[in-house]
Design a protein around this ligand. Structure first.
Ligand code: TXA
Ligand code: MG
Length: 314
């Protein structure tokens, strides 16, 4: 059934209305420092089912749970030493930890898609934090885009993709980081499950040890890491030195292009611009060429998302 999607402002009234909607099992998109999340009460099976329905997301893909701090996280998951190290260094912030889930937490089984682990994160965005405080419980929140499409970094992106399918969007302006959180698995030896807004190098430095790389053993342990993902409607060509006839060019550094991720070659600025620029170029309806991006720091997360955008689709 189509619903009217309300745009709520980031003020006490907006937080109260958003929290009341969540308590009633409705869905509210909210800003985080990485991308907008599609929030639902993580303990409410119906609310979580509605998330999958609104996104058109395959059921086997588990969700991240957002909490207001370490104390709350520890109610839901086992807490090995590495979790303490990484949480003290990087929470609140763009890091998700996958940890063994405790028994009897009340978290909906749909959230973990049947896995014995749970992905938790404490966002830094003040609007997200205010919402989590007003709601007072764990909020399941995948990125607030239809499954397989580009993640949203503004309230307008969310409305463009999910209007009529969710109760409200809490408008917190544009996201600072612009790519999703880095996901580190701690159910065994620490492993990088998804490169993201926190450089893997920083995680390794805090741990004092290298991270195992996701996929090194061949197993897909972050089930959302399907090849074709974050897809714009248009085709995407990577490592493009110049624009071919008919293409639009998403540039990086000193290049002549249609939109530049960062003219000064700053990877942090490029990450923040990535999805908004892809959304904007996709609207031209033309094939998108993309300049080479260095594979270091946030460049890894940017290239990961770009490779998915460029992957062949069914
Ligand atoms: O920055 C972010 O992480 C954003 C904001 C909204 O917090 N959220 C986000 O969620 O990107 P989503 O659902 O689009 O991506 C979550 C990823 C998926 O690839 C999923 O497979 C993986 O996390 N994941 C979730 N739970 C997992 C688990 N228990 N074990 C392994 N991977 C898990
Ligand atoms: Mg996503």
């Amino acid at each position: 059934m189509p619903v009217e999607t309300a745009l709520l402002s980031a003020d006490p009234d907006g937080y109260a209305r958003a929290a009341a909607l969540l308590r009633g099992g409705a869905l509210v998109a909210f800003p985080t420092e990485t991308v907008y999340g599609l929030g639902g009460d993580a303990t409410d099976d119906m609310a979580v089912a509605r998330i999958f329905e609104a996104k058109g997301r395959p059921r086997f893909n588990p969700l991240i749970v957002h909490v207001d701090g370490v104390e709350t996280a520890r109610e839901f998951v086992e807490w090995p030493h590495e979790a303490e190290v990484l949480a003290s260094a990087f929470w609140p912030g763009p890091l998700t930890l996958v940890l063994p889930i405790k028994a009897g937490t009340g978290i909906s089984g749909l959230v973990t898609a049947g896995l014995p682990s749970l992905a938790v994160r404490v966002p830094a965005n003040p609007v997200a934090r205010a919402l989590l405080r007003a709601f007072g419980g764990p909020v399941a929140g995948p990125s607030a885009n239809p499954s397989g499409r580009i993640s949203p970094t503004t309230a307008a992106h969310v409305k463009a993709g999910l209007s009529g399918k969710i109760a409200a969007v809490l408008d917190g302006g544009a996201c600072d980081v612009g790519v999703e959180s880095t996901i580190v698995g701690l159910t065994d030896a620490p492993v990088l499950l998804r490169p993201g807004g926190l450089p893997a190098e920083a995680v390794e430095q805090a741990l004092g040890a290298p991270l195992a790389r996701h996929g090194a053993g061949g197993a897909v342990t972050a089930p959302g890491q399907l090849a074709s993902h974050y897809a714009p409607g248009a085709t995407v060509r990577l490592e493009a030195e110049r624009r071919e006839p008919g293409e639009v060019l998403l540039g990086f550094g000193q290049v002549e292009c249609d939109l530049n991720l960062s003219a000064s070659g700053d990877l942090t600025e490029a990450a923040a611009n990535l999805f908004a620029h892809l959304h904007a170029l996709d609207e031209t309806g033309k094939p998108i060429a993309v300049s080479p991006i260095p594979e270091r720091g946030l460049g890894r997360a940017i290239n990961d998302r770009l490779r998915r955008a460029a992957a062949p689709r069914d």
